[in-house]
Ligand binder design. Structure first.
Ligand code: FAD
Length: 497
């Protein structure tokens, strides 16, 4: 039986960051995910904000790891070549009552040790963001808040891990955690085989790390432990065309409610504007459908902050699910649950990693490594560990001269496949041959921005399918949107008999 030192279940931003942190040591590590690409869970659908750290209750893991994670973002994103902008964030008060809650947030931020916070008045807020509501009476500015490309970060971390020797298995579902008495001995997996058959297999490991987002509780239960119960809490969003970009330059939060940080209006790292999320508890962990009521709530909330938003600039809706825990045995404070459960040996749990899980991810990874070390895992540094990964140039970001030089070196960059986002054939080819190759249309989208503009793939999809099939050596009929049965093409219509 194949045997590992550590198996990490879940290749979201948390699992991928953990895998990268472990790659620094002489270990045989396996990162696995049931999806067809890394980052297909909550990591692909969130607000993408690197929170400053004033939200979380002082003294919690959330507060500590948010602050520590935020502080690591410049270094991590520079090592991995990921887009990150420490543009600052605002919480806007629109009434005298709300103004009081700014003081509370400010005081909490001070307690958490957040640097660079200032309270400003309504006039100053409007000077900085002229589209903000005329009702604004004040705001809390957090200079260390920022925006990032969340799936870019996850892909980059996983690629760095793989380049440093971590094994990655996609479309590999852990169906149970295997125990031998007190000891966790490995996992049982179900894997999609070529031809569509499913193979069931056991993989042995000295340590198993659960970083499975919404499914962390189910996996914990499969190890015979309880005390964690995850309820999905849906958040829906609108994405606006880049033409709306002039309306917001940073991140505008309303004053938070007891349940969420509220519906915000933010610029994205890619230059769009995003509105959302609402917050609704649901029961189905796979339900990513947007609803009429939810989207109306999002638009109403966003208009309260920026009244001039134009619905005609909407190009996309999507939803993400927060891994919220019901108050249970392991923590009843709404905190992250990151621990080595005492009941067994060889298991580490990352549970209830809801917001600010993205901001905290680099610090969660470091904390997990410390916990493993503390629990007896021998960590010997590898002298050849490289914290970077090769980054492909983004054609649309280059100067005219740089574009011409690139086309001269590789004429496939002269073929623009996605007109809205100016993505070239050369970029698609590179994504298909990356350390973690894009094998689905969505994977390609997340790596290149293809299909994310105004036409939402209307123009590029047939061309992209053709190029991907050629580069991956598969039939267009085998290509999917996101793995499983999500085929892009069902049959050929103009084949010569
Ligand atoms: C609406 C919303 C807004 C948010 N906004 C922010 C924000 O602005 N800033 C911030 O810091 N955080 C934010 N968050 C939180 C942040 O997105 C999450 O904390 C983070 O993405 C969690 O990452 P993860 O790796 O733990 O989970 P996921 O990304 O869900 O990864 C878990 C992975 O485990 C895999 N998996 C599950 N079960 C199995 C199994 N049995 N076998 C194999 N694989 C399995 C899944 O396929 C998935 O890929 C937001 C979340 C939501 C929903």
């Amino acid at each position: 039986m194949t045997s590992y030192d550590v198996i990490v279940i879940g290749a979201g931003v948390v699992g991928s960051m953990i895998a990268r942190a472990l790659a620094r040591y002489r270990l045989r590590t396996l990162l696995l995910d049931k999806a067809a690409d890394v980052g297909e869970g909550t990591t692909k659908a969130n607000t993408a904000i690197v929170h400053a750290g004033y939200d979380a209750k002082p003294g919690t893991l959330k507060a500590r790891l948010n602050l520590a994670g935020n502080a690591q973002y410049d270094r991590v994103c520079s090592e991995l070549g990921v887009e990150f902008d420490r543009c600052g964030t605002y919480v806007v008060a629109a009434s005298a009552e709300e103004r009081i809650s700014l003081d509370e947030l400010y005081a909490r931020g001070r307690q958490n040790g957040v640097p660079g916070m200032t309270l400003i008045d309504g006039a100053e807020m409007r000077r900085r963001e002229p589209s903000v509501t005329p009702q604004a009476v004040g705001a809390l500015y957090a200079a260390t808040g920022g925006i990032v490309d969340p799936f870019g970060l996850c892909i980059a971390a996983a690629e760095c891990a793989v380049l440093n020797g971590v094994e990655l298995a996609l479309e590999t579902e852990v169906t149970g955690i295997v125990r031998e008495g007190r000891r966790v001995a490995g996992v049982e997996i179900r894997k999609q085989m070529p031809g569509g058959n499913l193979a069931v297999q056991k993989l042995a490991s000295r340590w198993v790390v659960i970083a499975a987002g919404l499914w962390a509780d189910d996996l914990l239960h499969s190890a015979g432990l309880d005390g964690l119960s995850i309820t999905p809490r849906k958040g829906e969003y609108y994405v606006l065309d880049r033409v709306a970009a002039g309306q917001v330059h940073t991140v505008l939060f309303p004053c938070p409610t007891a349940f969420s940080k509220g519906i915000l209006v933010t610029r994205t790292i890619h230059g769009n504007v995003m509105l959302g999320p609402n917050s609704v508890s649901i029961s189905d962990k796979d339900d990513l459908a947007c609803t009429r009521e939810g989207l109306d709530e999002v638009m109403q909330g966003a208009l309260k902050l920026v009244p001039g938003l134009d619905r005609r600039q909407i190009i996309r809706t999507f939803a993400g699910l927060r891994a919220t825990q019901r108050p249970t045995g392991r923590s009843n404070t709404g905190d992250f649950v990151i621990e080595v459960p005492r009941e067994v040996d060889g298991l580490l749990l990352c549970g209830a990693i809801e917001s600010p899980g993205l901001a905290a991810a680099p610090a969660i990874a470091a904390y997990v490594v410390d916990l493993l070390r503390g629990a007896g895992l021998t960590l010997v540094e590898r002298p050849d560990y490289d914290p970077t990964r090769p980054v492909q140039p983004r054609f649309s970001h280059l100067s005219r001269e740089e574009q011409q030089a690139l086309i001269a070196r590789d004429p496939r960059h002269g073929n623009i496949v996605c007109r809205c986002e100016t993505v070239t054939e050369g970029e698609i080819v590179a994504a298909c041959h990356a350390p973690i190759p894009a094998r689905t249309y969505d994977a390609l989208k997340r790596r290149t921005r293809l299909g994310t503009g105004r036409c939402q793939g209307g123009f590029d999809t047939p061309l992209a399918i053709e190029i991907m099939a050629r580069e991956l050596g598969v039939s267009p009929l085998d290509l999917t949107l996101k793995g499983g049965g999500s085929r892009l093409v069902t049959r050929q219509t103009k084949a010569v008999a």
